[in-house]
Design a protein around this ligand. Sequence first.
Ligand code: SIN
Ligand code: FE
Length: 298
Amino acid sequence: MVSTPLPEQICSIEPAHWAGPFSPEQQTQATTALEDGRVVYLPTLDFAFSDDEKQYLTPAWSNGAAKNISYDARTGNIKGMKGDAAAQQGLARLLQRYADSTLSLMQSLFPAYKDALIRARTSFRPVQIAGRSSSPKKDDTRLHPDAFPTRPTAGKRIIRVFANVNPHGQGRDWRIGEPFADFARKMLPRIKPPVPLSREFLYLFRVTRTPRTAYDHYMLGLHDTGKLDEAYQKTATRASFSFPPHCTWICFSDEVLHAVDAGQYLMEQTYMLPHTAMAHPEKSPAKKLEEILGRKLL
Ligand code: SIN
Ligand code: FE
């Protein structure tokens, strides 16, 4: 077997189970890598489907409107899916199992975050990425840090746990960009400051679910400005890596510039983490943006 060399943006750890166990050295190594804006890659951690669950390995369950099938472990609601009630319940159980597996992983690999970690959406991505069309701002084949237009985080970090569950041997082809601060320094001069009262306006008219802070304004500005800059997109890739089937990886997706070019069948769990719960909050995008802009954002 030919193994691709790991780019420096990726840090590999080899647990046997979703609940570890991890040594204190591995926990520190993973936390440092994550907070330094690297991807923590778990090549031996497989989210295996049971024979019964394998019926979900087809894009036919997707309703075609949304990019992904999404699940809320807090309410049990599933969205973006076609199929009868029994099929929906079956996929919801699979997503719940992934949500629970990633929670034991997060708690055993990052014990320092344990009490502060907030569980958000779980998603299943059964649609082939290569050749899929979407508007430039929604196009994840363009390098970007994640920012949600309708769900401001008010400074909370976005952590995502991905597992490639492709049954046909296909990798998930990612590209990774430059460090966040370098990207921000290039893009920030083009992002206008928030308009006074726009935060209240967006909230009042339910464009956002909670008020959009100055931090969210700039994070969304970076996401959009970066994706729309064709010249930047042509030169911005720093590393390429194909995450093979049966592996898992984690990153602060609000910081790591990432793009996906190809792949089908992915599990994804989102967590939010108050930046104050980081081992080194000074490494957060909020602090980096505040330093570059010379103003408080939170
Ligand atoms: C993204 O978060 O931009 C997409 C990642 C993926 O689906 O592989
Ligand atoms: Fe993304």
